[in-house]
Design a protein around this ligand. Structure first.
Ligand code: ADP
Length: 310
């Protein structure tokens, strides 16, 4: 039993239409996703925009209704909103992509970080201030920052404030939805390193969502590649990066920029080669509707969406 276990999760959104505004169909944003994360580990969910990553994260934490499937956290069934007790809501927190829009610009840092504390704990003003200052130090910001407003910080610093707010209640699981995608490349690595540091320090478990395979490469113990609500491949970092099997995964790997300019020609040629293979073998990897097939185990840890043989 994993620390977090998601079994065959489906989140379908109704499409309304016609003069009576009736449901005329469904967007299958998430259509049969299963994952297990062990305590203290990082699981990556990767795919292009619209593949269903955010909806998966939001459904786990209770921000989207679950159409079918199960979510188990520390062995407890937390699928329904009702089962997400105050303790569970405290244990699972989310970090969002854009630290600027997720932080209220009219509030001071003290109030931003103290907000979850005020909802869950009865601290005196003095205790609250002390806790917020400790949290700021933990994320590498000066305790004097409490009187400042979000616009007085850089993007990377703002994401640190977002993290301080998310860890204020000592959660166990953090769902990080594109936490560095809005940041300059030069700042991304700093924030990722810092997220790994606090993970160790606080024994956090991460569900790390990103459209960029390059970003999760050094973060994740295991990861899954999503496409149109389904998995195309899942495995350990080693399985995915050193032994990718699905043509879609191969294409994403080829798209990771090589920072060495001397490899530019080589990388361009490799990309062209993978693109050609993708076009030629598309029907072997996607069904008539252009969706991924069911997953097959090719080793204990490695699953690939492949058609039934026959
Ligand atoms: P990702 O995080 O991979 O970019 P999302 O989970 O945001 O993907 O979206 C998956 C699909 O579900 C997209 O087609 C998106 O337009 C659709 N979708 C997301 N939220 C809603 C909603 N509230 N109502 C209808 N469709 C939605």
């Amino acid at each position: 039993m994993g620390f977090l276990e998601v079994r065959d999760l489906k989140v379908h959104f109704p499409i309304k239409g016609g003069v009576f505004n009736r449901t005329v169909g469904h967007i299958k944003a998430v259509d049969g996703v299963s994952l297990t994360i062990e305590e203290g580990k990082t699981y990556g969910l990767v795919g292009e925009s619209g593949s269903g990553k955010s909806t998966t994260g939001r459904a786990i934490i209770g921000l989207e209704n679950i159409t079918a499937g199960k979510v188990l956290f520390e062995g407890k069934d937390i699928t329904s909103l009702k089962s997400k007790t105050k303790d569970v809501r405290r244990d699972i927190q989310m970090i969002f992509q854009d630290p600027y829009s997720s932080l209220n610009p009219r509030k001071r840092v003290l109030d931003i970080i103290a907000e979850p504390l005020r909802n869950y704990e009865n601290l005196t003003k003095g205790q609250e201030r002390k806790r917020v200052q400790e949290l700021l130090e933990l994320v590498g910001l000066s305790p004097e920052s409490i009187v400042k407003y979000p616009h007085e910080f850089s993007g990377g610093q703002r994401q640190r404030i977002g993290v301080a707010r998310a860890i204020a209640l000592k959660p166990k699981l953090i769902i990080a939805d594109e936490p560095v995608s809005a940041l300059d490349v030069s700042v991304q690595a700093q924030v990722l390193n810092f997220m790994q540091d606090i993970q160790k320090e606080l024994n956090l478990t991460y569900l790390f969502i990103s459209h960029d395979l390059g970003i999760v490469k050094h973060m994740c113990d295991e990861l899954a590649i999503m496409y149109k609500g389904r998995y195309v491949e899942q495995g350990t970092s080693d399985d995915i990066f050193n032994n990718p099997q699905h043509i879609y995964t191969k294409r994403l790997i080829a798209a990771i920029p090589d920072i060495n300019p001397r490899n530019r020609d080589k990388q361009y040629a490799f990309r062209q080669e993978v693109k050609k293979e993708y076009e030629q073998s598309y029907d072997d990897y996607f069904d008539n509707e252009g969706l991924a097939f069911g997953l097959k185990n090719i080793s204990d840890t490695h699953l690939v969406a492949l058609p039934e043989k026959g």
